[in-house]
Design a protein around this ligand. Structure first.
Ligand SMILES: Cc1cc2nc3c(=O)[nH]c(=O)nc-3n(C[C@H](O)[C@H](O)[C@H](O)COP(=O)(O)OP(=O)(O)OC[C@H]3O[C@@H](n4cnc5c(N)ncnc54)[C@H](O)[C@@H]3O)c2cc1C
Length: 393
């Protein structure tokens, strides 16, 4: 008879619970509803919150102590992002971007010189990063349609092309730009080099996109017209940058799931409170079974999203393969957030349409994550392929 002992444990542990309480206190204090709503309306990044996060050391979580960071793991990042997103998905997204495309990209692919120069400044909140991959002709199929090129010229490369949706380009000190350096490469994943480009470099032009959600963190069309980038700014290997940065994608999927988890919980909390307070037919809305069922479904979706998100993060923290779980987490959590906000809109009735209530913001913000950074359809394609089915595209 095998041993009956079971090591399964859903507790995060004292240190991580403490981290959750601390970040929760910080965002509760620094992100009052009126302020976050105002930033959304004005499309302004809440810089003062960023500074507080830097002061308190949160920006150093994804960075090794050797480079001035705190040396946290992906579970720490999930906790921080989840709590941030309950208040502001824009702040959570900006943290995710600097963590993945700054800290993790440098950790996976950066040269020693790049790490020593950039990581300590990133940990102090003095640098921000953006990623510039998607092009006007496509995001899903970007490897086939990529027209941005970089040609060698002495100790530099000259970049030409256009990118769409580069989020944070106005805040970033570096954009992580994917460009084709060898048009004759045998595979579409080869011949791509990744460059660190300062948006203030001559020849870079950014144009803001007027967008539906995540409005406090703007997105841009970026044009690269004969932009000279030093060879030292290559991240990873020449022509093989796509492969060198692949490991950061699991971090991105997991942290996007954490943003959605935060958003779903914010929508649920507001909907529950409203259902308890609002009266109809002489009783609170929450007494109607139709309303209860909507809230019960959301609570269940959140629990499922939490389980898969934390499982993916746990696997990654142990250095284990988490590709399928990270993608599943992003899929489940994005849909949970969309559903939570949509049900919340229904429960609020007419007030859901008022900008005085935050439900419309959760609804607008959550919708992004069924599309970016990867669409639901492509996540399902990826999972299908991992099940052993033939590639469908
Ligand atoms: C607000 C916002 C912020 C973003 N931020 C960034 C950023 O910072 N940096 C960056 O580089 N990009 C960014 N993106 C781009 C994002 O990653 C892309 O929008 C996403 O990858 C989808 O690409 P697409 O928009 O070109 O859609 P398309 O690729 O044109 O897809 C359109 C539809 O067709 C479906 N489809 C395509 N191919 C298949 C297939 N093989 N099987 C099934 N269905 C398929 C898609 O799932 C989708 O439903 C952002 C996008 C938005 C909206």
């Amino acid at each position: 008879m095998p041993s009956l002992q079971c090591d399964l444990n859903f507790e995060l542990g004292e240190q991580k619970e403490l981290l959750r309480q601390e970040i929760r206190r910080l965002v509760d204090r620094e992100c009052p509803r009126d302020y976050i709503r105002e930033m959304d309306e004005k499309e302004e990044f809440p810089r003062r919150v960023w500074e507080k996060l830097a002061e308190a050391g949160y920006l150093g979580i994804p960075i090794d102590p050797q480079y001035g960071g705190v040396g946290g793991d992906i579970l720490d990042m999930v906790i921080v992002v989840e709590e941030m997103a309950k208040k502001s998905a824009s702040i959570a997204l900006t943290f995710m971007m600097s963590s993945c495309f700054g800290a993790k990209a440098l950790a996976f692919a950066g040269s020693e010189r790049q790490k020593q120069e950039l990581l300590p400044r990133l940990a102090r909140g003095q640098l921000m990063f953006a990623i510039s991959v998607t092009e006007p002709d496509g995001g899903t199929d970007v490897l086939n349609v990529m027209k941005t090129t970089a040609r060698a010229d002495g100790d530099s490369f000259i970049l030409n092309g256009a990118k769409m949706w580069t989020t944070c380009a106005h805040l970033a000190d570096y954009m992580v730009v994917y460009a084709r350096t060898n048009p004759h490469a045998a595979k579409k994943t080869e011949g791509i080099t990744v460059f660190l480009v300062d948006p203030k470099t001559p020849g870079v032009e950014i144009r803001k996109i007027n967008k539906l959600g995540i409005r406090a963190t703007s997105s841009f069309a970026v044009f690269y017209n004969d932009v000279r980038v030093p060879r030292d700014n290559i991240l990873g290997r020449l022509d093989y940058g796509f492969y060198d940065l692949l490991p950061m994608l699991n971090n991105e999927r997991i942290l996007v799931a954490a943003i959605c988890l935060g958003l779903a919980q914010a929508a649920f909390a507001d909907a529950l409170e409203y259902a308890q307070q609002r009266q109809a037919f002489g009783k609170p809305l929450g007494q109607f079974q139709a309303i209860q069922h909507e809230l019960a479904r959301t609570a269940t979706d959140i629990e499922l999203a939490k389980l898969i998100t934390y499982k993916a993060a746990w696997l990654q923290s142990l250095g284990r393969d988490c590709g399928i779980e990270a993608n599943m987490a992003k899929l489940v959590a994005a849909n949970a957030a969309c559903q939570a906000a949509d049900r919340g809109m229904q429960i609020l009735g007419g007030y859901c349409y008022s900008m005085e209530f935050d439900m419309q913001r959760y609804w607008r913000d959550a919708r992004l994550y069924r599309i970016a950074p990867i669409t639901d359809e492509m996540v399902l394609n990826f999972i299908g392929e991992k099940l052993g089915l033939p590639r469908s595209f």
